[in-house]
Write a new protein. Structure first.
Length: 611
């Protein structure tokens, strides 16, 4: 009953983190707790043992207390215990009078209270450290996973795992620690019960066996409910993320109420699972509490009618029974709650292993590479996992260093895929890409990305100040460097904002216009001083004046960086030294002097056409 949900291990690559070595079972969770902070765990175990000993002695002191009060005599049940406790008190120099017994009882109570306080602090620290480690390990696994693998993952699933599921993993750790506390105290109490009242202990043992036999199916049912709750929570998070990301089009299309109704239904499903667990747990507790009351009534009847115990001795038996049986009931409730929380542990471990298996090779150290000769693309193709057709096939071109290279073509032709390949986010499925003669593959990709920067068509901005958004791309940049990058990106409008560089741009840059967001993102990219700069429609949201300013900025980058521009704009295409035209087929590459769809802007222009 202590391992209700054995792990189902997945993934072929071994993960060295403690949480990943385990699965979703209680034993795996316990191993992870120990590995997270062995010192804290050892201290918690010591405090737990101390609590058990003091709890046991507290129960033992009831017998000499009753004897000192004259309620039972030395010939009654428990005489061996009285002698043992009497000898212990005598060795400590404590009188055997009622005040002496009460003083010893209070000392034990003080030790027990202090131990419980210390145990609570230590176990909380251990649980929080474990939760943080699980979350950080998962966060790092996401960061280390290849971009191609992450493209096949729903973002909301990862968000759900990092927040809701990891929170439930922490709750599972808390329940496991509570279960360890309860088990230890119950075992000590039962051992004392055997010494003080063997008959009562036998009845409690029979009740414990009944709890174990009845509780097994209940624990398995709790685990199934926990699994359903994990899945339905994931779906709810996905719908919430989709709604927030698409709130503007939802309002435009008048679909917000349909989203609200769907959200209400999914929330009701989560609530039903939570109520189902509460019903199961509460019903089990109520039924077993009544069963323990029946057992106690039977014990009292037998003691009075059959054995003829004195009233004081009967009170002792009832007191012992009342201490042991509720403890066993709490254990069953904790096991049920743990079984309900463990599916989150299994889900987190499974996702972590999957991401670790898809991790990029570790990058080499050293400075960011320069790009002095150019990039060679040779017969490159790429197929996204699970896609029915390749996104690129047979692409070959030479991108000279420190010039402007344009890529154009219809939607779906593979322009963004080619950009991701040039940036080292993806590896070609076939063919090869070389930068200054070095292949962009494997461990070289991470080092290569230290020399790159990009501005996507929909730029990403943090809900922070302009300064923070610039510093995010290059920590440690000075204000002078930031202002130089803003000027180069035609983003001098920042000086006119209410707080200048310290103006908060809003969620995803919502307080700025589309063109302003584009130029701040371009400034952040330029601040990196990249060897390769990839721009996806950099002037698509700009008016003519600002487009001209951005084009002038690109001219100034000649001789300083290699610029690859994805664009349909005539002005940028005319500015490029070379143009690569892709179509939706990518079946063949023509010669380098193939006709360009636009008249050349200057005599040395070279145009490539694929398809």
């Amino acid at each position: 009953m202590l391992d209700p949900a054995p792990a189902q291990r997945s993934g072929s690559q071994r993960d060295s983190s403690p949480a990943a070595r385990g699965g979703g079972g209680a034993r795996a969770l316990a191993r992870d707790l120990v590995a997270t902070a062995p010192g804290h765990f050892a201290l918690a175990a010591l405090l737990l043992l101390t609590a058990g000993v003091t709890e046991a002695f507290g129960l033992l002191m009831i017998v000499p207390l009753l004897q000192a009060a004259g309620l039972i005599d030395a010939g009654g049940e428990g005489v061996a215990v009285v002698e043992a406790v009497t000898g212990f008190m005598t060795s400590l120099g404590l009188p055997l009078s009622l005040p002496g017994v009460l003083a010893a009882f209070l000392v034990l109570a003080a030790i027990r209270s202090a131990t419980a306080w210390g145990r609570g602090v230590v176990t909380t620290r251990l649980r929080m450290k474990f939760t943080d480690r699980v979350r950080c390990d998962l966060y790092a696994a996401v960061a280390d996973a290849s971009w191609g693998h992450l493209l096949g993952r729903r973002r909301s699933d990862i968000q759900h795992m990092l927040t809701d599921s990891v929170g439930r993993v922490g709750h599972a750790a808390f329940l496991l620690l509570q279960l360890a506390v309860g088990t230890t105290l119950t075992l000590f109490q039962f051992a004392i019960a055997v010494m003080v009242a063997p008959a009562t202990a036998a009845v409690a043992a029979a009740l414990g066996l009944a709890l174990a036999s009845v509780g097994g199916p209940m624990v398995r049912r709790s685990h199934r409910i926990g699994h359903d709750l994990t899945e339905k929570g994931r779906v709810l998070r996905g719908h919430t993320t989709d709604f927030l990301d698409g709130l503007k089009p939802a309002k435009i299309h008048g679909a917000e109420h349909a989203h609200v109704e769907r959200f209400r239904q999914q929330t009701a499903e989560v609530r039903e699972r939570q109520v189902a667990f509460a019903t199961l747990s509460g019903g089990t507790s109520a039924a077993l509490s009544f069963a323990s009351a029946v057992a106690l009534a039977g014990l009292v009847w037998y003691a009075l009618a059959a054995s003829g115990l004195a009233l004081a001795e009967l009170a002792l038996l009832a007191l012992v029974f009342a201490r042991v049986t509720p403890a066993m009931l709490r254990l069953l409730q904790q096991v049920q709650a743990l079984a309900n929380a463990l599916p989150a542990q299994a889900a987190a471990a499974g996702m972590r292993k999957e991401l670790r298996a898809a991790a990029e090779p570790a990058g080499t150290g050293g400075a960011a590479p320069a790009l002095t000769r150019g990039i060679e693309v040779r017969n490159v193709g790429f197929v996204y996992p699970g896609a029915p057709a390749p996104a690129l096939r047979g692409v070959s071109c030479d991108i000279p260093a420190q010039g402007i290279f344009a890529v154009t073509g219809p939607s779906g032709a593979g322009k963004t895929t080619l950009a991701d390949l040039l940036l080292g986010l993806l590896e070609p499925s076939e063919g090869a890409i070389h930068a200054d003669g070095a292949p962009l593959r494997g461990a070289a990709l991470r080092r290569w990305r230290r020399a790159t920067a990009a501005v996507p068509q929909e730029p990403f901005l943090l809900h922070e100040s302009v300064r923070s958004n610039l510093a995010w791309s290059r920590p440690g940049a000075t204000e002078a460097e930031m202002r130089e990058a803003l000027e180069l990106a035609a983003a001098d409008f920042v000086d006119d904002l209410e707080q200048g560089l310290d103006t908060v741009v809003g969620d995803r840059g919502g307080r700025l216009s589309g063109g302003e967001r584009q130029r701040v993102a371009l400034a952040a990219a330029l601040l990196r001083q990249p060897a390769l700069l990839v721009l996806d429609e950099p002037t698509g949201q700009l008016d003519r004046d600002n487009e001209a300013r951005v084009i002038e900025s690109l001219r100034r980058l000649r001789g300083r960086a290699t610029v690859v521009v994805i664009t349909h704009g005539d002005a940028l295409l005319r500015e490029a030294d070379q143009v690569l035209t892709l179509d939706a087929c990518h079946l063949s590459a023509t010669s380098a002097d193939a006709a360009s769809p636009l008249p050349p802007a200057k005599p040395d222009r070279v145009s490539l056409t694929l398809g």
